[in-house]
Each structure stands twice: as C-alpha cells, then as structure tokens.
Design a protein around this ligand. Structure first.
Ligand SMILES: Nc1ncnc2c1ncn2[C@@H]1O[C@H](COP(=O)(O)OP(=O)(O)OP(=O)(O)O)[C@@H](O)[C@H]1O
Ligand SMILES: [Mg+2]
Length: 364
C-alpha cells in the first residue's frame, strides 16, 4: 500500500497548512516567477500540481538538478515559449532549484532568460532560499515562504488516513508520530505506513513514551540535515540523553543519510570522538569532553557538502539493541548456571564448559 500516493490531495482546498502562502501564490500568479521555499516534505512540489489543476493549466515539471547544463536549459526556454498541443497555457514548475550546479555558471543566466522570455507562468521550489546559488535568480522572483506543518495538523491528517483505512489506532502513537517528524508531512505518512500491521498499528519501541518526551528523532534529524554550526551546537545543549547514547544514534543514522566522501568524513569524526572518549575514561580528563560533544554534533553536521533532500527513515541504534539481546542471553545463561550449581556443587566455569552437553539430555 502506498499511502503517499493514495492520500495525495487532489484539490488545493485539501492542502494542509500554509494557507497564507497558498493565498499569496494565487494572488501573485503569473505576475512574476514564484519561488516557493521551505522545509522538506511540506508540499511545495505538490502545490505545483494543485495550482495547475485549479487554474486549468498543463503542468510541465523539470527537476533543476537534471537540467543543470546550458544546453538542456535552452530546450526548456523553447518549451516556456510554447503552449500545449491543446492550446492550453503551461505551468512551468522548476523543482529543487537549489540543486542547480554552481559549476555551470551559464545555467543561472539561461534561467534568467527563461524568466524574461517565458509566455507561461513559472513556479520554482527550493529548500533554502538563502542558498548563495540563488542570489541572482532570487531578484527575478517573488519569494513565498513555507513553514513546517504544525504537529496537531499532521496528527489530524494521520487520524483521517487511519479512519479511512479502518485501522485501529492509539491516539498517543499518532500524536507521537506527528511530533517526531519535525513538521514534515511526507515523513509522517511514511512512518505511519511502516507501523501498519494488518488492521492495527504496531507500537514500536522506537515510539515509546520515553522517546516521545525526549524527541531523540528530531535531534538526529537536525544533525543530519543542518550545515550550520550554531544549530548543531544547540542540539547538544538541548539533548535529554547522555552524549554517549547519542553517539550510537548518530553512528546508526549517518550511514543511512550520508554518501561517499561525506560519509567518510563523518565517520572519521565519530572515530575521533571515540578515541577522545577512551582518553577521558583512562585519564579522567573531563576537559576533553567538549571535543567529544563537538565531534559528534558539529563534526558530523558539517561533513556534508550539501543537505541530502531524500527521505530517510531514521532508526534505533542496532548496536544498542544488539547489546540488549546479548545482555538478555547472558542473563539467561546465568540463571541456568545458578540452577545447575545447586545440583552439581562445582564452579560456574566448569558448568559453563559442560553446559552444551548437559543441555542435550536435560531440560533447563
Ligand atoms: N501540506 C500537505 N498536505 C497534504 N499532504 C502533503 C502536504 N505536504 C506533503 N504532503 C504529502 O507528502 C508528499 C510529498 O510532498 P512534496 O513532494 O510536495 O514535498 P516538498 O515540500 O516538495 O519536499 P522537498 O523539499 O523534499 O521536495 C505529497 O505528495 C503529499 O502526499
Ligand atoms: Mg519537492
């Protein structure tokens, strides 16, 4: 089941949140290229198709990262001057404009040419309108800022989906899901989908009420997405678990989010942090602790050249759960040994050595 696909709003009236931005778009439509900017997963791209539907336009969508060279943009310029084969106007949606390559300087110029010569309305989307790459382009556009979707609205939307799907749900889990996705509707729907099992919702241990309060997922999300030093530092200041735990959360999730050189750099910072931790333990030199904290947060956050814009479902550290399983196994072994010690009157070590044989014919 693809809930994102199934519950994608069909009309602009069904769009959640950012009402003022939607009004602004309709009021300024066609006057100037509109640059929709804001957090990921809040419906910027979606709005392109909803606006086109409302105004009866044919949508022509391009992803800026696929059209970064001048040659392909020249083709877009041609398209921007034509109407569709049915004589309809087109809405030219230039998506993810901050993915435009900085190497090809001509690309920006070509886009300005498109802005000036297009006979069709233009909409652009970006995560960060303050990205230096957009400095010139911005002057030709009207900026429309989108905010994160408030978590009560997300929870309401998720509730609606559960009701339509006839899924028995626990409201605490839904509110929890909505909170931890940091205003990102796409992430919330994907998380919901991953918890559906039959006609019910799994109450994953990732969503325990403890995690709900601590909101570790949003701390991880910030470290993974930000490239700003002060933002990464703030996360550590607000963290409500100890940094040693957080280390494993970062280690688990950075491998899901980062790629290539970025990942290598981030893992180097984590290994430095680990070396520092050992030094602190050995020498009790707590003055080093600030480096430990900074390597995990700032080091990892600034290891990426660009923010990754794809959705990544963050998860619980496997190391910690493995440690949990090992601990449980150890305890199980310990109870068996104690039980046998009472009968055999010998040392624990001897019993542990003999245990595999004893288990063949005894039920323990
Ligand atoms: N405001 C919203 N109301 C209803 N559904 C939404 C909303 N925002 C996102 N969604 C759901 O999430 C999906 C993804 O949203 P969309 O691709 O438009 O996000 P975006 O803001 O363009 O993100 P990105 O910056 O990562 O490109 C939509 O197709 C829709 O199913
Ligand atoms: Mg988008």
């Amino acid at each position: 089941m693809d809930l994102i696909e199934k519950y994608r709003p069909e009309k602009i009236e069904e769009f959640i949140g950012n009402k003022k931005a939607v009004e602004d778009i309709l009021a300024n439509f066609g006057k100037k290229p509109l640059l929709l900017h804001g957090h990921t997963g809040i419906g910027k791209t979606l709005l392109g198709s909803l606006v086109a539907k409302k105004l009866d336009l044919e949508i022509y969508e391009i992803n800026a990262s696929d059209y970064r060279d001048v040659e392909s943009l020249k083709k877009v310029l041609e398209i921007s001057k034509q109407y569709s084969i049915f004589g309809k106007k087109r809405l030219l949606l230039i998506d993810e404009i901050d993915g435009l390559s900085t190497k090809d300087r001509g690309a920006s110029k070509e886009l300005v040419k498109i802005f000036k010569e297009s006979r069709n309305p233009i909409m652009l989307t970006a995560n960060d309108a303050y990205n230096p790459k957009l400095k010139t382009l911005k002057n030709y556009c009207k900026l429309i800022s989108f905010s994160k979707i408030p978590h009560p609205s997300i929870a309401k939307y998720l509730r609606g989906i559960c009701e339509k799907e006839e899924i028995i749900f626990n409201d605490v889990i839904l509110r929890n899901l909505a909170q931890r996705c940091n205003g990102d509707m796409r992430a919330a729907i994907l998380d919901l989908e991953s918890l559906i099992s039959g006609k019910g919702l799994l109450s994953s241990n990732l969503l325990s009420s403890r995690d709900f309060e601590e909101n570790i997922f949003s701390s991880i999300r910030v470290i993974m997405k930000t490239r700003k030093l002060d933002v990464a530092m703030e996360v550590m200041g607000n963290l409500d678990r100890n940094p040693e735990d957080f280390f494993w959360w970062v280690e688990e999730n950075v491998t899901k989010e980062y790629k290539g050189e970025d990942l290598k750099k981030a893992l180097d910072f984590l290994s430095l942090a680990d070396i520092i931790r050992m030094r602190i333990m050995k020498r009790q030199d707590w003055i080093l602790f600030r480096y430990y904290v900074n390597f995990i947060s700032i080091g990892v956050a600034l290891s990426k050249k660009e923010t990754y814009r794809n959705y990544v479902p963050y998860g619980f550290p496997t190391y910690v759960s493995k440690m949990g399983t090992m601990k449980a196994k150890k305890m199980e072994l310990e109870t068996k040994v104690i039980k046998l010690q009472e009968m055999m009157h010998c040392s624990k070590r001897v019993i542990k050595d003999e245990l595999p044989y004893l288990e063949q014919f005894m039920e323990l």
